[in-house]
Design a protein around this ligand. Structure first.
Ligand code: MN
Length: 231
């Protein structure tokens, strides 16, 4: 096969302790998956899970131990952070039962579902798609993936975000409304999942704005940390 121009590079994420990288197929995101965040966004907290996507090449991954520079995006004056657990799939499938979901998981990372909140809110008001608020360039920073076998108990891990050393978000993974397994079950009913899919599983309360020059430190117990500088 030849192409009329060079095909794009495969987006990828580093894996702790491995030389090989994780090739990204799709980036799925779950909306409103922690009660206190659902409430701060004006929801009831009792909704079925809902999903949106970011382009695979929106991932922004630092070199090992380094800081990832995220350009402040165009068209916004309200860029928000949402720290999230990211599930990386090593096996695909459709109609995956929650009880079997763990077999499809390659590993976990900490990520940031960066959001142009002003644009998202405008689109919501007009009943239009959120894509411009969520799926922009570099909107999915994430740290290196830790293989699932090396993660002791993701279900009880702490998740946190500091901006310039001050705590903005802090919660535990067990406060997710829809568990990792239930999320994979529901998502796989809507799309055929593939190896290389990433799932951003929703953010806890405390989302807020960042500005150029800010340093974001995202952590989840047992996973490689993520540091992003907005430039
Ligand atoms: Mn989110």
């Amino acid at each position: 096969m030849t192409y009329v121009f060079a095909p794009p590079a495969v987006a990828s994420v580093g894996i702790t302790g491995r030389a090989d990288a994780f090739p990204v197929h799709r980036v799925y995101c779950v909306g409103r998956n922690y009660l206190d965040h659902a409430l701060e966004m004006g929801g009831s907290g009792r909704e079925a899970p809902f999903f949106f996507q970011k382009p695979a090449d929106a991932v922004l991954v630092p070199a090992p131990g380094a800081t990832a520079d995220m350009p402040y995006p165009t068209l916004t004056s309200n860029l928000h952070h949402e720290v999230e657990l990211v599930v990386a799939l090593g096996q695909g499938g459709s109609n995956i039962a929650a009880a079997d979901a763990h077999r499809h998981i390659f590993g976990y990372a900490v990520g940031l579902d960066m959001t142009r909140r002003d644009l998202q809110n405008d689109m919501k008001k007009q009943g239009r798609p959120w894509s411009i608020g969520k799926g922009f360039d570099h909107s999915a920073p994430l740290g290196w993936i830790t293989p699932a076998a090396e993660v002791a108990d993701i279900g009880s891990a702490q998740i946190a975000l500091q901006v310039n050393g001050a705590q903005r978000q802090r919660s535990t993974i067990e406060k997710m409304i829809w568990s990792i397994a239930e999320t994979i079950e529901k998502l796989s009913q809507a799309w055929t999942l593939q190896p290389g899919d990433l799932i951003f599983t929703g953010t806890p309360e405390g989302v807020g704005a960042v500005l150029p020059g800010d340093i974001l430190d995202a952590t989840i117990t047992g996973l490689a940390p993520l540091r992003v500088r907005v430039v």
